[in-house]
Design a protein. Structure first.
Length: 384
């Protein structure tokens, strides 16, 4: 309880500090004449929104306002309500699940900042003045402390939701003393078609995600404004390489959230249903949920897709095949996680019933040891 209160207070304080006017998220360097298109200086949340509005990126503007400006305090208010209001286990679990899956979308502006850093990485033009003189004009970006402060505030609130979900159990442990070799079959055996579909979607999502991160996703074309295009260096960018071009702290953060966690999520969804386990416990289900809630590649992919819908207003890009992997990653990732959660929940319920019936006498046991509470059995059956 103390840790939850500390994390909530820290999240609120860090969020206020990050949204204060003058808190820099990103430092942009731009030499003339590129400074006409991208004004140099420190960019906080307010100045970033002003830049988006100036270049008519209204869809991205609206999304950042909703998810990065309005949703974080609204999420903290919802958590406070869940802590103080009496709810059933099912209702609280559903509310926490929604908050858990939506929480990472508050980082939309963080991933837009990363996208901007990728776009202007090692960029510049040769500007000729007269018959002889020539200058090199370049642009570049650097992450500032506001980016870390805002990210930390969102991480604190996400940790609170994860802890509350863990304190609000809805899937029971099977009665271990009566597990048999028969119950050590893979969960795929119990999940049926849903499990098979979940494994298939997870495999496709894994391949799409790795291709989207490891292979080039776009090539710079140039900066456009008022019908005038200034060509930039035609460098092909891939996410994995661009991550390590940022500061070490930001690179580590992006590496975990964009590459490691999404990959681990899909590998776990596949392995948990194919590998025989001596006892299938609640962690089989909750780990899928927790890993998916901390996987951020879909947020980055969505920010990229929104930017592409209005790219002609800022910096034009030439798409590479890996870009389409990012496009398809979004629906496949949602489908893989949803189908895996549902099939694992169904398999756990089936194994609980099977383990109970495998007791001597072949009937459900009576008494406190190994007994399945009727209300909990109802929850498992209804969720399945």
């Amino acid at each position: 309880q103390i840790l939850i209160c500390v994390l909530l207070t820290a999240s609120l304080g860090l969020n206020i500090a990050a949204l204060c006017p003058g808190t820099p998220f990103l430092l942009l360097h731009a030499d003339p004449p590129l400074d006409v298109f991208l004004p140099p200086g420190n960019y906080g949340l307010g100045s970033t929104l002003s830049l988006l509005a100036a270049h008519q990126l209204y869809v991205l503007y609206a999304l950042i306002v909703c998810f990065s400006l309005l949703f974080p305090p609204a999420k903290l208010i919802c958590i406070a309500i869940l802590l103080g209001k009496e709810l059933t286990t099912r209702d609280r679990q559903q509310a926490l699940s929604v908050l858990g899956h939506l929480g990472r979308w508050s980082l939309l502006d963080i991933y837009f900042a990363m996208l901007l850093m990728m776009i202007v990485w090692h960029q510049g033009i040769d500007v000729t003045i007269g018959p002889i003189a020539a200058i090199k004009a370049g642009i570049g970006t650097q992450a500032q402390y506001g980016l870390y402060v805002f990210h930390a505030s969102i991480i604190c609130s996400m940790l609170v939701v994860t802890m509350l979900q863990d304190l609000n159990p809805i899937i029971l442990l099977p009665p271990k003393p009566y597990s048999s070799p028969l119950s050590r079959r893979p969960l795929l055996f119990y999940g049926g078609v849903r499990s098979a579909l979940g494994v298939l979607l997870s495999c496709i999502t894994l391949v799409l995600g790795l291709c989207g991160v490891l292979f080039p996703v776009f090539e710079i074309v140039g900066v456009e404004q008022d019908g005038v295009t200034v060509p930039l260096n035609p460098i092909s960018h891939n996410i994995a390489r661009s991550i390590f071009e940022t500061t070490p702290i930001f690179a580590t953060d992006m590496l975990i959230s964009i590459l490691i966690t999404p990959t681990a999520t899909m590998l776990f969804c596949i392995g948990i249903q194919l590998i025989p386990l001596s006892s299938a416990e609640r962690w089989c289900y909750t780990t899928i949920r927790y890993l998916s809630e901390w996987s951020m590649f879909d947020v980055y992919a969505f920010a990229f897709i929104v930017y592409l819908s209005q790219e002609g207003n800022l910096i034009s890009l030439k798409l590479k095949p890996a870009t389409y992997c990012m496009f398809f990653y979004l629906p496949f990732m949602v489908g893989a996680v949803w189908m895996s959660e549902m099939s694992v929940r169904r398999a756990l319920s089936a194994r609980i019933r099977e383990a109970a019936l495998e007791r001597p006498g072949g009937s459900r046991p009576e008494g406190p040891q190994g007994a399945l509470p009727p209300a909990s059995v109802h929850i498992c059956a209804s969720k399945a």
